[in-house]
Design a protein around this ligand. Structure first.
Ligand code: MEV
Length: 310
């Protein structure tokens, strides 16, 4: 690595449909957005993140990335446009950007290898994961995951008996407003909570399948540019996610309050806090409502690139 600095960046993501169900091999759709995580690395006498030494108990994603590349002591610096634990994929973005920077310091990197390694790191640290967050941060633009191959296949990934076909998804022009509740919620415990429910309840397993069906409907509506129907599908998805126990009073409040000015709204990501999204043609009004409910709004641009050198 020498004393040289190596920099990369990766985008945040929002899941449009299918979070949690995708962990069980169901379909999901997501987009990368114009909020980015920038990462710089250089060799150093001890490994650190933003000046804080890495120990066995902190920054597990960063340590796992360094271990994966057999990197010597490395100083990692990150700078993000979005908060961690916001449901916008901060751990996936830091993992993707750091793996690309480590590969860059040794030669070069390619999107698929970074996506694959990032999924392995996320599964190891999170305990259980799907490739949606890491593939979206690596590829950018839109991602559709299904259990079968379709056109525009990017790569396939598997873990135990689960298999995911990861595709590029063409996303129509649409305005999304994000509402961050201000309460950060780590993904691992939310995924574990759903697993406990699914392991013990046929009803929960049916809900997971219903979310998968709904995602496929939403993808058809997206292909037709039918934002009204897509919005309704997103709102229905939120209700099923709430039944799975991953919404929160703040998320429910912001979703209900933004619905009169939106095609649809739902939590995005792991839930339990984090963020919601509204699909709308009245972004200013929706931002005002989110602020009035104590949230932090972001209007975002989609169709942005994935991981890149800086
Ligand atoms: C988190 O952004 C999405 C989840 O489906 C977890 C995962 O897919 O790894 C909740």
């Amino acid at each position: 690595m020498s004393g040289r600095l190596w920099g990369t960046s990766a985008p945040a993501k929002v899941i449009l449909l299918g979070e949690h169900a995708v962990v069980y091999g169901q379909p999901a759709a997501s987009v990368a957005i114009d909020l980015r995580m920038r990462c710089r690395i250089r060799s150093a006498s001890i490994s650190s993140l933003n000046g804080m030494p890495l120990t066995a108990h902190n920054y597990s994603y960063v340590s796992a990335c360094l271990a994966k590349h057999d990197a010597g002591p490395t100083a990692v610096a990150t700078d993000s446009d979005f908060p961690s634990g916001s449901g916008l994929g901060s751990s996936a973005a830091v993992t993707v950007a750091l793996l690309a920077a480590l590969a860059r310091s040794k030669g070069n990197w390619d999107e698929e290898t970074v996506a694959r390694e990032a999924f392995e790191v996320e599964s190891e640290v999170q305990g259980r994961a799907s490739p949606i967050d890491t593939s979206t941060c690596a590829h950018g633009h839109g991602i559709l995951i299904t259990s079968e191959r379709r056109d525009h296949l990017l790569w396939e990934m598997s873990c135990d008996t689960r298999r995911w076909c990861v595709h590029d998804l063409k996303v129509p022009n649409m305005t999304l407003v994000i509402g961050f509740t201000g309460r950060s919620a780590p993904t691992g415990p939310m995924v574990a909570k759903v697993k406990r429910y699914v392991d013990h309840s046929t009803f929960a397993r049916e809900v997971i399948e219903d979310i998968g069906q709904m995602t496929l409907e939403g993808v058809k509506q997206m292909a037709k540019g039918d934002l009204e129907s897509l919005g309704r599908t997103m709102t229905r998805d939120h209700k099923l996610l709430a039944i799975l126990g991953v919404s929160s009073p703040e998320l429910d409040k912001m979703v209900s309050a933004t619905l009169p000015y939106s095609y649809g709204a739902k939590l995005t990501g792991a839930g339990g806090g984090g963020s919601m999204i509204a699909l709308t043609d009245r972004p200013e009004k929706v931002m005002e409502i989110i602020r009035s409910k104590g949230g932090k709004p972001y209007t975002v641009v989609t169709d942005v690139p994935g991981v890149k050198n800086e």
